[in-house]
Design a protein around this ligand. Structure first.
Ligand code: ZN
Length: 170
């Protein structure tokens, strides 16, 4: 396994639409393992392939708390098939927008159809943090980051802060 470099805003790659994956094979599983390791190392609770430079519709998520056992989830070609009318607000962060957070409102629950690590089709009903996290990550596959929901002024302030942070860490 390997830790991959994470792309940060304002990299134009983060605006691109990711392509569906044709086949889940050992090579892809090895990449998904690298994504998971990269996410744990960051640390974060979700990562989309575009964030490590691949325009493939793949997400890894683990929302287990520190004291719990890891519960990695892999989503290939995820599709939201239903969202609740009820909304929920979370203070969201993103590995591509390090150390910045904002309150974002999204449907509180959703259903997601996807292909799992073994190439099997699955559908889950997500609630709570998982629902928020899956929607945040699927946004990445469509070229959207959470600061796109904020005003233009706030967005450019966040981008400026990230640029400064990245420069300091170089
Ligand atoms: Zn993100």
């Amino acid at each position: 396994m390997a830790i991959l470099p994470i792309v940060t805003v304002p990299d134009p790659l983060l605006k691109k639409i990711s392509e569906p994956v044709k086949k889940v094979d050992d090579k892809l599983r090895a990449f998904m393992d690298d994504m998971l390791e990269t996410m744990y190392d960051a640390p974060g609770i979700g990562l989309a392939a575009v964030q490590v430079g691949k325009l493939w519709r793949i997400l890894v998520i683990d929302i287990a708390r520190d004291e719990e056992n890891p519960k990695p989830m892999y989503f290939v070609n995820p599709e939201i098939t239903w969202t609740s009318e009820e909304l929920n607000t979370y203070n969201e962060g993103c590995l591509s927008i390090p150390e910045q957070y904002a309150e974002i409102e999204r449907p509180a629950e959703c259903k997601i159809k996807f292909i799992d690590y073994n190439g099997e089709e699955q559908e889950i009903h997500a609630t709570g943090l998982l629902a928020t996290c899956v929607q945040h990550e699927i946004d990445h596959l469509n070229g959207i980051v959470f600061i796109d929901y904020l005003s233009k002024i706030k967005r450019s302030m966040y981008v400026r802060k990230v640029k400064k942070l990245v420069k300091e860490n170089e």
